[in-house]
Design a protein around this ligand. Structure first.
Ligand code: C5P
Length: 295
């Protein structure tokens, strides 16, 4: 059996440049894997299947899709049972389903003795979803194209954050949120690219910096309660509230662990648990395979 810790991600800025001829949107983002994990266990088995301690609801079960795609691409691979224990809130802008899919691809390949090349895995990952290729790398990375064009970035000092996930259900979330974008939400991508250049030079992000996110306007317009929550978080923390992915998760960047602990305690005292969950995280740098394999 192989057990992988599949990390969540935050988007440290997400700009949409426009709609492409293939219907997808061209984006610039900085993905940052963080220390909130699903556990994905992979066992050789007579029949391939995915079991999870959760219901997927309207969330696509990307681990199931990954399993089907990898077995179609390499029928000689052994059948595998994928067991997922979910900790990452689903459909929340934190990439949980994508991370589970990447862990499935990496784990099956590992279990079979690494027959598939990184390029084949990257192709399969993109077939599962635009965010899946990032999770083959993990760490911090600039994402371009649909999100699959990944340039790893150094992170000399850890990035600390507190994530606030409002209990908002958005059916078919990613597609729905992309469909809400208007031309006025499109930008040039230069803000994210200059953030990436700063990280490349070894500079750190300032917690007081407002990161761009094209989904902030449609998220707040569609869900005024999320806008209100963001205002309360800002009052409580005195720091700007960031949006991860297409939302609805929000986060506050923190300067160090002590700051993050302070923010976490302040938010837990302020925010009703029926409205949102709060997680303190830090960036995780290594890939899934090297950091979290447990054989
Ligand atoms: O790639 P993924 O399956 O996650 O995308 C789900 C939907 O989100 C797509 O069908 C598309 O409508 C939208 N999307 C987009 N541009 C992207 C990524 C996703 O328009 N870069």
């Amino acid at each position: 059996m192989i057990t992988l810790l599949a990390p969540a991600k935050l988007n440290l800025g997400l700009e949409i440049l426009g709609r492409r001829p293939d219907g997808y949107h061209e984006l610039r983002t900085i993905f940052c894997a963080v220390s909130l994990f699903d556990t994905v266990s992979i066992t050789s088995c007579a029949e391939s299947r995915v079991v999870c301690d959760c219901t997927f609801g309207s969330t696509p079960n990307l681990a199931q899709i990954a399993l089907e795609r990898v077995r179609a691409a390499a029928p000689s691979l052994p059948h595998a049972r994928i067991s997922i224990v979910k900790k990452i809130p689903a459909s929340a802008g934190l990439g949980g389903a994508s991370s589970d899919a990447a862990a499935t691809l990496l784990g099956i390949n590992r279990l079979a003795g690494l027959p598939m090349s990184p390029e084949s895995l990257a192709t399969l990952a993109l077939e599962c979803g635009s965010d899946v290729p990032f999770f083959l790398h993990s760490g911090v990375a600039l994402g371009k194209g649909r999100g699959e064009d990944i340039t790893p970035l150094p992170s000399h000092s850890p990035i600390h954050a507190v994530i606030i996930t409002p209990h908002v259900i958005i059916p078919d979330k990613t597609r729905t949120m992309y469909a809400q974008l208007r031309a006025e939400d499109w930008t040039t991508g230069t803000d994210v690219e200059s953030l990436a250049a700063r990280l490349m030079r070894g500079e750190s992000l300032s917690p007081t910096q407002q990161l761009p996110n094209a989904f902030r306007r449609p998220l707040y317009d569609l869900f005024p309660a999320v806008r209100t929550l963001a205002g309360r978080i800002e009052e409580c923390c005195g720091a700007p509230v960031q949006v991860s992915g297409a939302g609805p998760s929000l986060f506050v960047l923190c300067s160090d662990v002590a700051h993050a602990l302070h923010v976490q305690h302040a938010l837990r005292a302020t925010i009703n648990r029926d409205i949102a969950s709060v997680h303190r995280v830090r960036s995780v740098m290594a890939t899934l395979l090297s950091e979290s394999l447990d054989v």
